[in-house]
Structures are given as structure tokens and as C-alpha cells.
Design a protein around this ligand. Structure first.
Ligand code: ZN
Length: 331
């Protein structure tokens, strides 16, 4: 009996270690808008290889960056420009719901040739396109022929990505958090901590950031100190995991329409409160070389308000039922 005890302890310890490994939460970080900013792009490429990059197909350095990232063994997405609801300058070859299936396919095949080694796609802007089921069916029809997966950047609440992807058998996941809605190192650090908390709670998290200097600095400091229970992975790792138990995807914690989700818990049981939906990044993103970067003062303010108004999910922010910030009584 006694001589077996150390052996049992060893088995117990091994099981404990295995269970700890199995429960490690996985975090995927994607950096969008690659191909315009050489300095920041290279700084991102110096970060650990599980960081996935998303390249704009018509960007000046996209092809070069794709080849470099591929040599590192890094995962690459095509950051596909898709039409937003708001009026703003668009990238060349921006996909729109009004396009025919053939035109969408032609643009996607061209993007695939311009971003070598890409295995997946996510949307740049796209509040109008991704909320159009016929539009996203055209996208998924094309992607299904190329064995691509799709990461929904979720730039609008009623995104049709998951539905269209399912119809065409395209593996799809969705973003949970943005890292830099406000460009400050502190904001990005806060969001990275939120991403870690989200991953611990739900098993995994997908966070999207952009090659802003503040985001780069925050990642450079944060990643070497990543908690030991968090595993940095590329997006397709989560995709494989999410594909198996289809009904239990933690991704569905992100509600399509956040306002309706709280009241319809089955059997009256209390469900976990849904994570807040953050919408709109990349909708305000403007390429460096467009005249819209010259929007200033009241014109920029009008542009932002118009963008909020055109986004169905954000529009209630402008409702007159909200108390005015300027008429609140002092305590
Ligand atoms: Zn973008």
C-alpha cells in the first residue's frame, strides 16, 4: 500500500497540471489596417508571432508586409474594405450590398492575390455591408471556394456575418473587444486587462487593435507580462475550438441586439449578463492619404454625429430621452 502512495501522488499531480493546462484561457489579438504605416507595422511584427495581422489589400506596403509576416509563421487576414452606413472616404474596391455576386467575387479574388499567404478575412468598416444578408451571402459564397475563414469585426449590432457564413459553411468567429477606440496607452492597457478577464470568464477572447503608436507601446509593455494562465493564440486556433461544440460557443455571449437580450432567458433562469458590445471602430478610421484627414473642428464633429446617427445601434445615444449633460442639476 505505502509504496504505491508516491505513485498515486504523481498521478494526482499530473492530472492537476493537465487540468490547469486544459483550463488555460486563450487570447487572440488582431491588428487591423496593416499596409500603410511602415514604422508601426514593423513594430507589431516584432511582437510575438501569435499576434494576427489584417492587411488592407490596396495598401502601399500590403504585399511586402504579408511576405514578411508569412516568413515569421504569423497568421494573416485580408482586411476587406466594406461599405459603412455613414458617408466617409472609402478604400478602393470597397464591397457594397448593391454589387452583383460576380463583382464581389472578382474583388475578393483580386484581394486574395494582393495579400499572399492570407487564410482568413475580416471587415474594415462595413456597417452597411455586414448588415446586408444578400451582401454577406455574396462574400461567403466567394470565400467558401477559397477555404477562407471570417472574423466579424462587429461594426454594427445587426451583423449578418454568422448567418451568411453558416449557410455557405465558412468558419466564422467574432470580435469581443476593441483595444483602442481611444488612442491612449492607458486605454489600451485597460482594454487588454478586460480582454484577459473576458478570456478567463468565457475560455477565450478576440481583441482587435490598430497600428497606432499608443497601441504599439501598450502591447510592447503588456505582452511580456501576460499572466501565466493566459495563452496567446492566433485566430484560427479559436476557430477550430469554436467549431466543435457549435451550441456552446462563448462567442454568442456577444448579443446581436444588446437591448433585447436581457429579457428572454429560457425558463426564467438568470443568464450571465452579456458583455457590452463595442461598435464603430474602423468606421472612423481614415487612411492617412485622404483629404478627409483634414476634417477639423465643427466638420469633424458633424462627421462623428452623422456616423453615430447612421448606426442603428448607436442612434439611441442621440435620443431626446437621454438627460442632457448641460442641464443636470447640481447636488
Ligand atoms: Zn480597418
Amino acid at each position: 500500500m505505502l509504496k504505491h502512495r508516491p505513485f498515486k501522488r504523481l498521478i494526482g499531480l499530473s492530472l492537476l497540471i493537465m487540468s490547469l493546462q486544459a483550463s488555460a484561457a486563450q487570447l487572440a489579438i488582431v491588428i487591423d489596417d496593416f499596409g500603410y504605416r511602415t514604422k508601426e507595422d514593423n513594430q507589431i511584427l516584432a511582437l510575438p508571432t501569435p499576434i494576427t495581422i489584417a492587411i488592407l489589400p490596396d495598401s502601399p506596403h500590403g504585399q511586402l508586409v504579408a511576405n514578411k509576416a508569412h516568413q515569421q509563421g504569423r497568421e494573416i487576414l485580408i482586411h476587406m474594405p466594406m461599405k459603412p452606413l455613414s458617408q466617409q472616404p472609402l478604400e478602393k474596391n470597397t464591397l457594397a450590398p448593391s454589387m452583383s455576386a460576380e463583382e464581389v467575387d472578382r474583388i475578393i479574388q483580386r484581394a486574395i492575390s494582393k495579400v499572399p499567404h492570407a487564410t482568413g478575412m475580416n471587415n474594415h468598416m462595413g456597417s452597411e455591408m455586414t448588415s446586408s444578408l444578400p451582401g454577406m451571402r455574396n462574400v461567403m459564397r466567394s470565400l467558401s471556394r477559397s477555404n477562407f475563414f471570417f472574423l466579424d469585426s462587429v461594426t454594427i449590432g445587426n451583423t449578418q456575418v454568422a448567418k451568411a457564413a453558416k449557410e455557405f459553411g465558412v468558419p466564422a468567429v467574432r470580435r469581443h473587444l476593441f483595444l483602442d477606440n481611444h488612442q491612449s496607452e492607458e486605454e489600451t492597457r485597460t482594454q487588454l486587462n478586460k480582454a484577459v478577464a473576458y478570456a478567463r470568464k468565457h475560455g477565450n477572447a478576440i481583441a482587435i487593435g490598430h497600428p497606432h503608436p499608443s497601441t504599439v507601446r501598450a502591447l510592447q509593455k503588456f505582452l511580456p507580462q501576460l499572466p501565466s494562465d493566459i495563452e496567446l493564440v492566433n485566430v484560427s486556433t479559436l476557430l477550430n475550438r469554436a467549431q466543435q461544440p457549435q451550441e456552446q460557443q462563448p462567442l454568442k455571449m456577444q448579443p446581436e441586439e444588446p437591448k433585447q437580450s436581457s429579457k428572454d432567458s429560457p425558463n426564467g433562469t438568470q443568464t450571465t449578463p452579456p458583455a457590452p458590445v463595442e461598435i464603430g471602430i474602423c468606421e472612423f478610421e481614415l487612411p492617412n492619404n485622404t483629404s478627409a484627414t483634414q476634417l477639423e473642428g465643427i466638420h469633424f464633429l458633424m462627421f462623428v454625429v452623422e456616423s453615430i446617427y447612421q448606426d442603428k445601434t448607436l442612434r439611441p445615444l442621440l435620443s431626446n430621452k437621454k438627460p442632457s449633460l448641460f442641464t443636470q442639476q447640481k447636488p
